[in-house]
Design a protein around this ligand. Structure first.
Ligand code: NDP
Length: 279
């Protein structure tokens, strides 16, 4: 089984980003990372994003707010960032605390700065197959991993486990745009293992540690593991039981070191695209 490393795909995207930055006459795009509270996974994602932006020669600034900020105050603060001409793009760390209305922020965010594709305008574009908007970075990262490794998508059976608006649903649209035949699975899917085995491309995005073992993988399948979980020993792991698929899959992404690294690289590309379009 070939291990598909995210770092190699990220390095390719870095080259594209540096080429695109030539159109900015030395202006460095700035990412605003908006965080409410101190959730450890938010802090970890924020650190990773800041590090990646720096390694790509881009700026990232964190905008942290206290967990108990009111809905109205958060909307006002968010609007200031949204309107700040020095901010080229925004990453909102989610989920937000329950008392803050996410749907309102999704409507408020300027679609031109909405790097992670949460606004209705960008989602509509993804569903319409219109590439002029921003797709959610993780969904785009999965397609990027396939393309960067010259894995054919057109005409292939792609099975996705997970139907969230962050990964599963937009990814289904992006893979369909690439002419895959897509099946989306969820908790009510009958015979999940049998359905997964049909996939020539199998994407795991369920958020369940090591749930997909070799019995879910068809012979020769390409397995892309989006999951970021912690196992019983407190170690980071994906949704796929990596060792048990080694004799079945032809290629697979590891966790860590797979899709996650590509997601932040796609975020960087979106940031530069936003800055270029704003000129
Ligand atoms: P959600 O919890 O929003 O969605 C999970 C989806 O998986 C749901 O559609 C759910 O089905 C389905 N699912 C859960 N358990 C099962 C099961 N036992 N059998 C079949 N389907 C199941 O998660 P996200 O989409 O936000 O994230 C998924 C994973 O990806 C997480 O581990 C997350 O940490 C990771 N992630 C990784 C990123 C990266 O950059 N690598 C970025 C974003 C997320 P149902 O709809 O029926 O409930």
């Amino acid at each position: 089984m070939i291990v598909l490393k995210g770092a190699e795909v990220s390095a390719r995207i870095k080259e594209q980003v540096q080429e695109m930055m030539k159109g900015l006459d030395g202006k460095i795009p700035r990412l605003a990372i908006v965080r409410v509270g101190e959730r450890p996974d938010d802090l970890s994602y924020e650190r990773g994003a800041i590090k990646k932006m720096a390694s790509f020669g881009l700026e990232a600034k964190s905008f942290p707010f206290p967990e108990d900020i009111s809905n109205q105050e958060f909307q006002e603060e968010f609007q200031k960032i949204n309107r700040d001409p020095e901010v080229s793009g925004i990453l909102l760390l989610r989920p937000l605390p329950k008392h803050i209305c996410e749907a309102d922020i999704e409507k408020l965010i300027d679609p031109r700065k909405d790097l992670d594709g949460i606004s209705p305008a960008n989602i509509a574009k993804v569903f319409a197959g219109d590439a002029t908007g921003f797709a959610p970075c993780t969904a785009e990262a999965v397609v990027e991993v396939l393309k960067a490794n010259n894995i054919p998508i057109a005409g292939k059976r792609a099975v996705i486990v997970g139907r969230s608006m962050v990964v599963g649903k937009p990814l289904a649209m992006l893979l369909m745009k690439e002419n895959a035949t897509v099946t989306v699975c969820h908790t009510k899917t009958a015979d999940l293992a049998g359905t997964c085995r049909m996939g020539e491309i199998l994407v795991a995005a369920a958020g369940r540690a090591k749930m997909l073992d070799g019995s879910y993988v068809g012979d020769g399948a390409v397995v892309i593991d989006v999951g970021i979980n912690v196992d019983d020993e407190g170690k980071l792991c994906g949704d796929v039981d990596f060792e048990s698929i080694e004799q079945k899959a032809s290629m697979a992404t590891p966790v860590p070191g797979g899709v996650g690294a590509v997601t932040t690289a796609v975020l960087a590309r979106h940031l530069v695209l936003a800055a270029v379009s704003a000129r």
